[in-house]
Design a binder for this molecule. Sequence first.
Ligand code: C2E
Ligand code: CA
Ligand code: CA
Ligand code: CA
Length: 274
Amino acid sequence: AKKMGRNRFCWYHSDMEQQQLDKFNLMMRLRVAVKQQLFTVAYQPTYDLKTNQISGAEALLRWSDAELGVVPPDVFIPLAEETGLIQELGLFVLQKACAQVKLWQESGFLLGIAVNISAMQFKQGDLPAVVTQVLADTGLEAHWLELELTESVLIDDTALVKQQIDQLSALGVRFAIDDFGTGYSNLGYLSQFSLNSLKIDRSFVARIGHNAKDLALVNGIIQLATSLGLHTVAEGVEDTQSLVLLQQAGCSCAQGYLWSKAVSQEEFGSLLAP
Ligand code: C2E
Ligand code: CA
Ligand code: CA
Ligand code: CA
């Protein structure tokens, strides 16, 4: 502490101490937020590039905190993983998203739902049981649910992960590789696991209209996926030029700000029935 005037103290910390305090504070708030269920689920539409119709939605967690304001998922998801709170949060998204898509289906809109799954959620080995329970509770048929995994999940702890993926795919649950191309150069997992889609990371998609090499890369990924019998979903499509290039490349689906950001369930309802 630094003395300022008579009896006023100005506490200061080194950057690292400050960062640890921030992180500690954030973890405390995260615990409270999970207890008080301060989370919501936002939905971003995915479009079928042949029909230009909504083919599904990706469920994305949102945390709007009374003290901290909106905390982005890139900040709180890693913390939730570190503290184990992701188990509870992950179950919340799964339940909420499956129940919501079932409601949309009952109003006549046939669409699927994609839910992000963290590596941590495979650690206890009970993901098949958890998902089975959610599907039973919500009445959603398994093939409408797609679980999005990053490449790292398929690289670490392969035996336990593979066993759970096999069990879930036997039920009809689908799997997508998220952020494809950003993780690993070893692609062996593509043939080892039962997968349905590759999601092409937006870092490649963003520049395909301006950079010939990125376009070549995206074309290559789509060809690879197609020859493996996988669907392709382009992430982060922001302009029509990229859309046209993706259509020419034979990409199956896309999502991005060109159509819509992730929105509340009410707003998504009006995207379905404009
Ligand atoms: P992600 O799974 O790769 O999700 C896509 C992110 O890109 C979302 O950010 C989405 O809002 C954003 N996005 C979509 N279209 C565009 C676009 O056209 N341009 C740009 N610039 N961005 C776009 P968001 O919602 O902030 O989520 C960030 C990450 O947090 C997600 O990346 C995912 O890894 C993680 N996350 C979010 N919700 C969950 C969850 O329920 N469980 C887990 N395990 N992770 C989650
Ligand atoms: Ca995702
Ligand atoms: Ca992604
Ligand atoms: Ca991402």
